[in-house]
Design a protein around this ligand. Structure first.
Ligand code: NDP
Length: 247
């Protein structure tokens, strides 16, 4: 799966929604899914970034993407239900969902975590995924086979000092994935988690401002696993947390 080389256009006629599609890992995932034939729904906070990804996909000859400008921090259940209705009307079903967007929040001692920061991180990293997944389950069920990928982190597997809300939110993400995978075992929907590992993005630079980023993998280099888990013919995993950069 880490050396997965997809067949040309293996995602033809598939519709895949990517959160945080304007930057970093989400942007590369959107470009790659589009390159292999998918129609992608680009969800994110900053519209100009989404428009730039849209333009790149069109320039590369991909299907016309849809853009969903949405700040996950303020989005309510109604926003997600409305989005699901639009997806059903426009595409009929949803074949893939990549929960990629998240925020780091402030890193620092547990004793100093503010309630505000806790709420913000949990709203974006956990509650939005719960509400969005719940709203989109009917669209995912309508596809012959569908794949939902969550995004965790090494600090979502082993807690780490000073990583407070972010670390705890990633444990919650893995819990959500496992609950869903168990509930939908032997169904047409698969749920898994990717741990990208250290990857050269804005978030990584914020978390490790002093490191030399030249030795890091780029988002593009970790794409084989993202492509593999969206292949509903080759990939049979359900309920797994998989490292994009195995040791
Ligand atoms: P980036 O910060 O580079 O990108 C995050 C994306 O999420 C951006 O497109 C951002 O949009 C979007 N986003 C953030 N907040 C919101 C919001 N409130 N509403 C909508 N969209 C939002 O992060 P990465 O690409 O590095 O991270 C992607 C995923 O991988 C995350 O879940 C992260 O936790 C995980 N990860 C990353 C690692 C790494 O080393 N990079 C390691 C382990 C895990 P905008 O640009 O508009 O703010």
């Amino acid at each position: 799966m880490h050396n997965f080389t997809p067949q040309k256009l293996y995602l033809d006629k598939k519709t895949i929604l990517i959160t945080g599609a304007g930057d970093g890992i989400g942007k590369q995932a959107a470009l790659h899914y589009a390159k292999f034939g998918a129609t992608v729904i680009l969800l994110g906070k900053t519209v100009v970034k989404l428009e730039s990804v849209y333009d790149e996909i069109i320039t590369n000859g991909g299907n016309e993407p849809a853009i969903v400008p949405l700040d996950l921090k303020g989005a309510t259940a109604k926003h997600y239900r409305d989005m699901a209705d639009t997806i059903n009307d426009q595409f009929g079903c949803l074949d893939g969902l990549l929960h990629n967007a998240s925020v780091l929040g402030h890193l620092g001692p547990f004793a100093q975590i503010s309630e505000q920061d806790w709420q913000n991180v949990f709203q974006v990293n956990v509650t939005s995924q719960f509400l969005m997944t719940q709203a989109l389950l009917p669209s995912l069920k309508k596809a012959p086979h569908s794949s939902v990928i969550f995004t965790t982190s090494s600090v979502g597997v082993q807690g780490r000092a000073y990583w407070g809300p972010y670390s705890i939110s990633k444990f919650a993400t893995q819990g959500m994935m496992q609950v869903l995978a168990d509930e939908y075992d032997n169904s047409s929907i698969r749920f898994n988690c990717i741990n990208p590992g250290a990857t050269k993005t804005t978030m990584r630079a914020k978390a490790f401002p002093a490191e030399n980023a030249d030795h890091l993998k780029t988002p593009e280099q970790i794409m084989p696993l993202y492509l593999y888990l969206m292949d509903n013919e080759k990939s049979t995993e359900n309920g797994q947390t998989i490292d994009a950069q195995p040791k």
